[in-house]
Write a protein that binds this ligand. Structure first.
Ligand SMILES: Cc1ncc(COP(=O)(O)O)c(C=O)c1O
Length: 460
């Protein structure tokens, strides 16, 4: 092993590294990998965060010069200036937006994935990696209750997953129906993620908003009424875990309406899809087994690093028809093989599902289920404390791990100041949102290391 590092031959007899152009990079490779190891193993620093651009530019100085500043200097700038100007997404009391909580195994394997530099767009280039990604997707397929013929791929995030699924849905509709004179339409609730509107805009289709029930769910009845009233709808988007409140739409009822009207059902589980692994809430997802496409972001609540969205289709043939790129330089590809590039809006891709695969392989799916349950338990304990508090009130009963609460008598400025103070001290990241037109506080739990007592002690 020592010999391999010194004379640059590999113990396996692999080819020698050619140093003619880039020179000797041994030292910087070792330093970068050692930095990565230390970074993975240390607890995140919760007081790091953004700085004004001018301030940051001054502190960072110029790194890219005609002759380079060298590895040690570049790494130092990253460590001392750039990294501290980012937020620790996996801090245990980072409860803002949707945070992250990758396992150390997943983070380490992300580094391995980078080192392997696999082109995972096509089977012929990335078979081994794609096989592993498919094993992780098969676990999700099982959780969904879908047939094993379902297939998919990993894309960068929920936004790209939703867009790719909706492109497939429209292509499927266009293959069997003529384009409606007033254009194609997507039906969803107002509570659907902003990426649905963004996808609709990119696709030049209309979004029709169906009303939600009193508790904020899109229901089968509401979808049915909209589908009865118009033509040209090619997809209904239901959300399994709304971003703002963690609510799961009435998937069974919506699936019923979609089947009756023969409209594609896409379920956005970017955040909440992870709850499929938790027995205590699995019943809330009833009906998901009837969906046509589904996404979940393992970088949210399935303990994988950025950027990772699992996109699944019940019938991958529809996705292939929509997404396969064709050109003479691609003629040599075998389209009968599982090419992830054929299933979403991408061609080149890293094997971003590998860190999830590795983490699942290391820890097992049972431990994953327990970890998701652990975050649910934490959120329930915090909700109980709010319920029991004299000065706080739960805004709505939580369904998953998002907790909305308020302090009667407080206005937007009070919430903002409290939130800023808690962030400054590193005690907790918890930012306000709006619910029914009023400012409230919002906490999203995805980290099994979060202690309920730490959160409860910091509540306003
Ligand atoms: C329900 C839902 N869908 C889609 C997205 C978009 O995901 P991404 O940020 O990975 O693009 C989010 C992000 O929070 C989300 O909560």
């Amino acid at each position: 092993m020592q010999k391999a590092q010194c004379d640059n031959t590999s113990v396996s007899g692999a080819p020698r590294v050619d140093r003619r152009v880039w020179g000797d990079e041994d030292e910087i490779v070792a330093a970068a990998i050692d930095y990565a190891r230390r970074r993975i193993m240390r607890a995140p620093d919760q007081v790091t965060g953004a700085r004004p651009a001018a301030d940051l530019a001054l502190a960072a100085g110029t790194a890219i010069t005609p002759w380079g500043i060298g590895g040690a200097a570049a790494l130092k700038v990253f460590d001392r200036v750039l990294a501290p100007a980012t937020r620790a997404q996996n801090g245990a009391t980072n409860l803002a937006y949707i945070p992250a909580a990758p396992t150390r195994a997943a983070l380490a394997f992300d580094a391995v994935t980078g080192a392997a530099n696999i082109f995972a767009g096509t089977w012929e280039a990335g078979a081994g990696a794609i096989h592993a990604e498919n094993e992780a997707l098969a676990w999700l397929t099982l959780l969904l209750g879908w047939p094993s013929t379902a297939a998919g791929c990993f894309v960068s995030g929920g936004t790209m997953g939703n867009l790719s699924a909706l492109i497939t849905a429209r292509a499927a509709a266009a293959a069997s129906r003529t384009r409606p004179t007033d254009g194609w339409k997507i039906v969803c609730a107002d509570s659907a993620h902003s990426s649905i509107r963004s996808a609709a805009q990119a696709m030049d289709v209309e979004v029709v908003t169906a009303p939600v029930d009193q508790r904020g769910h899109l229901t089968g009845g509401a979808v049915d009424a909209v589908l009865e009233s118009m033509t040209g709808v090619f997809a209904v988007v239901a959300t399994a875990g709304t971003t703002n409140a963690g609510l799961i739409d009435d998937l069974d009822g919506i699936a019923e309406a979609c089947e009756r009207h023969q409209v594609w059902l896409h379920v956005d589980g970017a955040y909440g899809g992870a709850g499929l692994a938790a027995p205590s809430v699995r019943h809330l997802y009833s009906g998901i087994e009837r969906a046509d496409s589904f996404i979940v972001d393992p970088h949210k609540w399935l303990f994988a690093p950025y950027d990772c969205c699992a996109l699944l289709y019940r019938d991958p043939a529809a996705a292939r028809a929509a997404h396969s790129q064709s050109a003479h330089y691609l003629d040599a590809l075998d389209r009968d093989l599982h090419n992830p590039a054929d299933l979403a809006l991408h061609l080149s891709r890293r094997a971003r599902g590998l860190p999830l695969w590795f983490s699942l392989a290391v820890h097992g799916t049972e431990r994953y289920s327990r970890a998701v349950e652990q975050t649910l338990t934490t959120s329930r304990l915090v909700a109980d404390a709010i319920r029991a508090s004299d000065c706080l009130r739960l805004t709505i009963e939580p369904e998953l791990s998002v907790v909305l609460f308020e302090r009667p008598g407080w206005g937007p400025q009070d919430y903002a100041s409290w939130s800023a103070r808690a962030a400054e001290t590193g005690a907790m990241l918890c930012v306000p949102t709006q619910w029914n037109g009023a400012t409230v506080l919002r906490m999203a739990f995805v980290n099994p290391d979060t202690r309920a007592s730490d959160v409860i002690d910091t509540l306003p």
